[in-house]
Write a protein that binds this ligand. Sequence first.
Ligand SMILES: Cc1cc2nc3c(=O)[nH]c(=O)nc-3n(C[C@H](O)[C@H](O)[C@H](O)COP(=O)(O)OP(=O)(O)OC[C@H]3O[C@@H](n4cnc5c(N)ncnc54)[C@H](O)[C@@H]3O)c2cc1C
Length: 414
Amino acid sequence: MSEVTEVQVRQEVREWLKQNWNPDLSLIEWRTKLADSGWGMPHWPKEWCGRGLPAALTPAVEEEFAAIGAVGVARAGIRLLAAATLLEHGTEFQKQKFLRRILTGEDNWCQLFSEPGSGSDLAGITTRADFDGDRWVVNGQKVWTTSAHHADYGTLLARTNWDVPKHEGMSYFILDLRQPGVEVRQLKQMNGHASFNQVFFTDAKVQPEYLVSEVDKGWPVAVTTLAHERRLADGLRAPSRKGDAKGRIYEEERVETATAMEPYKWYPQRAGRVDLVLDRARETGAIKDMNVRQDIAKLLTMSRAAEWTARRARASQRQGRPQGPEGSLGKLAASNVARAAARVHTMITGAEALLTGPDSPRDGVIAEILVSVPAVSIAGGTDEIQRNIIAERVLDLPKEPRFDTGPFRNVRRN
Ligand SMILES: Cc1cc2nc3c(=O)[nH]c(=O)nc-3n(C[C@H](O)[C@H](O)[C@H](O)COP(=O)(O)OP(=O)(O)OC[C@H]3O[C@@H](n4cnc5c(N)ncnc54)[C@H](O)[C@@H]3O)c2cc1C
């Protein structure tokens, strides 16, 4: 079969949009059409809401959508991490039941991985799942669970075997959060938002069909989710359309943004808002200070280099190559850029950078940057963990000494 070209794809999607795009449809009606046609996720397989196109052609499709202001499939939060994981490891039943509803936005998802004693050491989780002959029964606690308060389902990593080394005794499940055995408690952050939760399980139930991995073989599946998370670290953004577009679909999308996207509204600030730096330096007069100018130049150089690394990673991903070191390098670069940006914002704004409220610099956005930036170095794997990955898997340096190789039951834990 001859390979499809970008020109052909653009023509085809333009024609399809001409026939089908209607801003007066409901959001779900429209996204159902997208899932049925495959144009919402063109690089997904044809049998699973995609068109089987090379991932390199997805940007062309997205550009055609953007050109006429057409809304895409739901992308908020970790739903696409869940979807990518199910596409690779899920059963037919799971793909059938969940993929379409992820794209239409009917179901919200969260990631039930981190625990009070297990963040960096994710394989040390102690939330347990025991099979009672009928269903899995889950007990334990997760923490830092973004969006659990909006979520219908979570991807859950739980211990199913205590007598084997820690990486070999976990299973990967889909957990229905809307059940009596699950209690979600919101946590307040230092930037005033409440995006995270503690999630407690007391005899929560998981039906056998919701086991994604084989029993005890959940770790490689979790690694798939984490690899996608690093790739998407700079991609979880709000829709960029203007807020005043008319039509039922836009109104419903705005409601979705205010609810399902709400936990992410500080994410631009956590990335450091490099885009504001030059304007702020000009409006405060700090641009005349040669030290500030030097630091702005360094920041913009670093930021541009990080962007190119991210683009290189995306390009190689689109060509179907396995993930290289760019994932961890890009994540680390994003932390460095965010930290440097916070420092430059402080140099420019001075002590007023601490103020919030209506009279504060940029209505409190500068202060929000300062208290949001630390999250970049933690979420999705800390800077130190990225450095370990680069050292061990890219540079082939000796591995960290390990004291946790025996049966997990005997491993000392904090
Ligand atoms: C914005 C945000 C969103 C998040 N969303 C989710 C979510 O939706 N679901 C979820 O499950 N989790 C989520 N997390 C949790 C996140 O994955 C963990 O916070 C992260 O993995 C770090 O774990 P920890 O907080 O337990 O810190 P720890 O692992 O306790 O680390 C504490 C410190 O020790 C250092 N350290 C630990 N181990 C090593 C080592 N081997 N070598 C060198 N230094 C080390 C760390 O780098 C860090 O500085 C989120 C976190 C943030 C900030």
